[in-house]
Write a protein that binds this ligand. Structure first.
Ligand code: COA
Length: 720
């Protein structure tokens, strides 16, 4: 029987006074070095200190013939601790020195990998002499997704261990590979169901055979002669995206790996990495990574709240949203009952699902069998009773208050006790719907984005009476179906559409003042200003001008919305004229296929509406003004949303925009951008527009929270 005897007092056992994040144990004549820094063994400053101490202890013990390196818990090491990059004193040098020490060791060092070996985790593994991985291990260098390149010699060791071709692909996409591919590529040496035992065996064999140790830094890059051909796609990508400097830095580092001696490659990577760490795109991408994870934590949920079990799901309404939601659940393995009141409606919905399944097979995303089981999990029915055994029901009927209230009353009756009843709405008051159900504690809003199967964002709308375990259930289910969930309180448009409304408002106001849709979209889409996937007019044309107009009309009708006669008059008039966007061939733009072309009719309409409403026209609106009126109006609205408690934290708002509205993650979201610009500047410009354009409707009134930030030099990120 093997014995694990700790060689020091380093232990994370409960009650231990000094928590050591790396410990050295002994298994006979083998040292076992364990990374133990929950949850994912990220390499923090403390880990580096403890790693140095563990290596000292190993070096001081000549009785050990070799070292096995492993990670405790569900994973090896997921990378550098993302938070330490924000420390101005951060340097990769200390960890790199330790990795050089591991590689230079005269005794074999074998790493046992399982779970994720990502970023710094894979770089540690590549400094070892031999690598054994469990079958499902994911190995990758995802730093580019954080606006970085690997900083612990990943750009130098990976091409030497595998090939320049694979290294360029893996590092530029950031996508991990699995053990079998890693074995074929030479990145690992063995696959074993029990990698720790296999690593110990390999370590003993190598030590006893006195075999030569494989040191990655001494290997040649075998396809170095093809460097220019292999790096050409990366060069092109870097040239096309100058706002993502990690790409050109990666090309430089890989070129150095292929063409220069080790020391020069090492220096090239170090220079590039340290320049990228404080760069705005990297800080923004790191912010989004942490913001998405922070959004899962609901500050006032009672500790120990247990989600309700969800095994069966029901969807009411087989329209575009209902079928998309049904597929999102089925993709994740949930059996789904899909109910529609009308036979043609149900048939159309099931037809859409069949078509989507066939499309997934055609594009190679699913095999025939996978598509068949995805389809097989969805059962259509015309009877609402088919939902009575579902643990969670999502109603996705037409966005109409009276209809949704009726439906909620029915669901309140037929849903089994304890079932979660979710309403998929983009604007309606969840509290009214919850009351209609007669069991408001079970009710929650789920605002899926279209297309619901694909779009990552899910706004989870918490009603006044939503039970804590219902909220916890929906957050858990959201994760299971691959959605990024953000909790919103109840208000018109919730977080995302409430902000989108002021953005659309300004876009249309500027069109009445003389800017073309293309000029406005151009600023929004340009990486020099924001770099969004799509500007406001193109987005509305795609989503449907009729859909956009309907919510505005309802809002105005309700009496809560703006009563100014010119409010979004362009959208409302386009709608009345049947110009509903891409689907009718005309909207803000005119369409030839999917190509959006300038529309003389829209321009004439804007000029006519401006004249009718006494709005002064200008020949041109400067790009800066377009940028400021769109972004700063949204930031001001976000400050109101925060003050109203609709969003729990500023970073949640950034997640809504980056995951749901095509706001570029490398900008960090509207509030990260606002912090970069400074609240003082934003307030000054809002005041300028109040003066220049008039503020009778109050739209340029500075939100008190924003004014406070400006007065104190504060940042949204620091609000608690
Ligand atoms: N640094 C610091 N914390 C990290 C981290 C890192 N590199 N990677 C993950 N975490 C934290 C998360 O913030 C989260 O914390 P929380 O529970 O307090 O919210 C926790 O670990 C679990 O991560 P999560 O992403 O929620 O779990 P998962 O099982 O879905 O995915 C990983 C695990 C490792 C695949 C994923 O977290 C990941 O891709 N991490 C980043 C890897 C990376 O980019 N490494 C290179 C860094 S240079």
């Amino acid at each position: 029987m093997r014995e694990m005897v700790p060689t020091d007092d380093h232990t994370n056992a409960p009650g231990a006074t000094m928590v050591k994040r790396v410990r050295l144990d002994r298994d006979g004549d083998i040292g076992v070095l364990t990374f133990d820094n929950p949850p994912v063994n990220a390499v923090s400053a403390e880990v580096i200190v403890d790693l140095a101490a563990a290596l000292d202890a190993y070096d001081a013990d000549p009785g050990l013939i070799g070292l096995v390196v492993r990670g405790a818990g569900s994973s090896f090491v997921a990378g550098g601790d993302i938070r330490i990059f924000d420390d101005p004193a951060f340097s990769a040098q200390p960890i790199n020195t330790l990795l050089a020490r591991i590689e230079a060791s005269g005794r074999p060092v074998v790493v046992a990998l399982h779970g994720s070996a990502l970023g710094g985790g894979l770089e540690i593994a590549m400094a070892c002499h031999y690598r054994v991985a469990a079958p499902e291990t994911r190995l990758g260098l995802p730093e580019v997704t954080l606006g970085l390149i690997p900083g612990s010699l990943g750009t130098q060791r990976l091409p030497r261990l595998t090939s320049l071709a694979l290294a360029a692909d893996m590092i530029s996409t950031g996508k991990p590979i699995q053990s079998d591919a890693a074995l074929r590529a030479g990145l690992i040496d063995d696959i074993a169901a029990d990698p720790l035992t296999a690593a110990k065996t390999a370590c003993r064999q190598i030590a006893n055979a006195n075999a030569a140790l494989k040191r990655a830094s001494t290997l040649p890059v075998r396809d170095a002669a093809d460097v220019e051909v292999l790096l050409a796609p990366l060069d092109r990508n870097a040239a096309a995206k100058p706002h993502l400097p990690a790409l050109s830095a990666l090309a430089r580092s890989l070129r150095a790996a292929a063409t220069k001696p080790w020391a020069e490659g090492e220096a090239t990577e170090a220079r590039a990495f340290s320049a990228l760490v404080p760069s705005p795109p990297s800080r923004a991408l790191r912010h989004v990574f942490l913001a998405e994870r922070a959004a899962r934590h609901i500050p006032d949920l009672p500790a120990g709240t247990t989600p309700r079990p969800v095994e069966r799901v029901g969807i009411l309404g087989a329209g575009t949203m209902g079928t998309g939601i049904a597929m999102a659940f089925s993709d994740a393995g949930f059996p789904v009952a899909l109910v529609d009141a009308s036979q043609p409606g149900l048939e159309r919905g099931l037809g859409l699902i069949d078509k989507a399944c066939a499309g997934s097979v055609k594009r190679g995303r699913l095999t025939e069998e996978e598509a068949a089981s995805l389809r097989g999990r969805i059962t259509g029915s015309l009877k609402i009773d088919a939902l009575s055994d579902a643990d969670m029901i999502v109603e996705a009927v037409f966005e109409d208050m009276a209809l949704k209230q009726r439906v909620m009353t029915e669901l309140g009756t037929i849903a089994k006790p304890g079932a979660v009843i979710a309403s998929n709405t983009s604007t309606l008051d969840i509290d009214v719907l919850a009351r209609a159900s007669g069991r408001p504690g079970d009710v929650v809003g789920t605002h899926f984005f279209s297309p619901a199967r694909i779009m990552r964002l899910l706004e989870v709308v918490r009603g006044a009476e939503t039970a804590p375990d219902v909220l916890a259930t929906v957050m858990k289910v959201a994760r299971a179906i691959g959605k990024t969930a953000v909790v919103s309180g109840v208000c018109y448009g919730f977080i995302g559409n409430r902000m989108a409304e002021v953005y659309m408002r300004e876009s249309e106001a500027m069109q009445l003042e003389g800017a073309s849709p293309a000029e406005i979209d151009g600023v929004v889409e340009s990486p020099d200003w924001i770099g969004m996937a799509m500007g406001p007019s193109r987005m509305l044309d795609m989503a449907g001008v009729d859909v956009g107009a309907r919510t505005v009309i309802e809002w105005i009708k309700s009496g809560d919305g703006p009563q100014h006669p010119a409010y979004r008059i362009l959208c409302r008039t386009l709608n009345e004229a049947g110009r509903h966007g891409q689907k009718t061939g005309h909207g803000y733009y005119r369409y030839e296929g999917r190509d959006a072309l300038p529309s003389a009719e829209t321009a004439a309409l804007a000029a006519r509406l401006a004249a009718e409403h006494g709005i002064a026209r200008r020949n041109a609106i400067p790009e800066r003004e377009i940028f400021e009126r769109l972004l700063y109006a949204m930031v001001n609205e976000a400050a109101l949303i925060l003050a109203d408690g609709i969003a729990a934290r500023a970073s949640d708002i950034d997640v809504v925009w980056t995951a749901g509205y095509g706001f570029p993650a490398w900008r960090g979201g509207p509030l990260f951008m606002a912090d970069e610009i400074g609240a003082g500047e934003i307030v000054a410009r809002l005041e300028h527009y109040a003066q220049a354009l008039g503020n009778a409707d109050g739209r340029w009134t500075v939100a008190p929270l924003l004014r406070t930030l400006a007065a104190n030099g504060g940042r949204f990120a620091d609000l608690t």
